[in-house]
Ligand binder design. Structure first.
Ligand code: AP5
Length: 241
């Protein structure tokens, strides 16, 4: 006779305790940040956005920020010797013990290989877990419109879009009322460089994780709630695997 309160299914590990590492892949503007915020809140784990960490460093004028700023302004990728120690330090924080959403990392095959090594010695809720990798796919024209229309709240980080998710009160945050801001790299000439960097450096990761059997692709061109529902279903499904 089995005790019905004790399940041996792997699902319970993630559902009850530790979702583990979740990687959101996707072009600039695909909706990684939008989805990461919701999933992070759903599981009570941190959203680790390398872009956000870099922007904070730029705003504070740290050494890292000074080096990253000109590269970000041109739409290029910040070098691994700056990125990897920064990511390592973040992933070792106590709030990462049950898992995290990686938003914007890895972005190159080299970064993915580094992460693989890092995860060999990491546990989540006492269990070793490989990443769930979700590729959010959106067409080029839609990406352009999303990036040029993006605004965000400098206080709580909520993301809006003047075309698709406009704030209720023109250019002010629905939650705290702050004036919304546009990212410096959301200018058309920088956007085109970011999209090129993505194609050249990051798109190969779709193949990389596909070959490992880890990749789940989803159509990111649907309403935000639909994309969220599918993302959550993938995470829950992957937990059962
Ligand atoms: P980063 O901040 O990571 O920018 P990114 O990858 O270019 O991605 P975005 O933040 O622009 O887009 P997103 O996919 O999060 O979309 P969002 O949810 O906001 O990186 C910035 C820079 O930092 C890089 O260029 C690089 O220089 C450097 N960097 C960062 N990580 C690095 C790394 N690992 N290695 C080296 N360098 C690194 O959505 C976009 C808009 O669309 C919003 O307005 C949103 O409201 C809207 N939207 C979202 N979903 C939907 C939907 N379903 N329907 C309609 N609109 C939607």
């Amino acid at each position: 006779m089995t005790d019905s309160s004790v399940s041996t299914k792997t699902t319970t590990v993630r559902e009850l305790g530790a979702p583990g590492p979740i990687i959101l892949l996707g072009a600039p503007g695909a909706g990684k940040g939008t989805q990461a915020m919701t999933i992070a809140a759903r599981y009570g784990i941190p959203q680790v956005s390398t872009g956000d960490i870099l922007r904070i460093n730029v705003a504070r004028g740290t050494e890292l920020g000074k080096k990253a700023d000109p590269i970000m302004k041109q739409g290029g990728l910040v070098s691994d010797d700056l990125m990897l120690p920064m990511v390592q330090e973040r992933l070792k924080q106590p709030d990462c013990r049950r898992g995290y959403i990686l938003d914007g990392f890895p972005r190159t095959v080299g970064q993915a290989q580094w992460l693989e090594k890092f995860l060999e010695t990491a546990t989540f809720g006492g269990v070793r877990m490989g990443p769930v990798v979700i590729s959010i796919e959106v067409s080029y024209n839609q990406l352009l419109q999303r990036l040029t229309g993006r605004r965000s709240c400098p206080v709580d980080g909520k993301i809006y879009n003047v075309y698709f998710q406009p704030p209720q009160n023109n250019e002010h945050c629905d939650i705290c009322g702050s004036q919304l801001v546009q990212r410096k790299d959301d200018k058309e000439e920088v956007i085109s460089e970011r999209l090129k960097s993505y194609e050249r450096m990051t798109l190969p990761l779709v193949d990389y994780y596909g070959k490992q059997g880890r990749l789940r692709r989803l159509n990111g061109e649907r309403p935000v709630d639909e994309v969220t529902a599918e993302t959550l279903a993938i995470v829950e499904g992957a937990a059962a695997a």
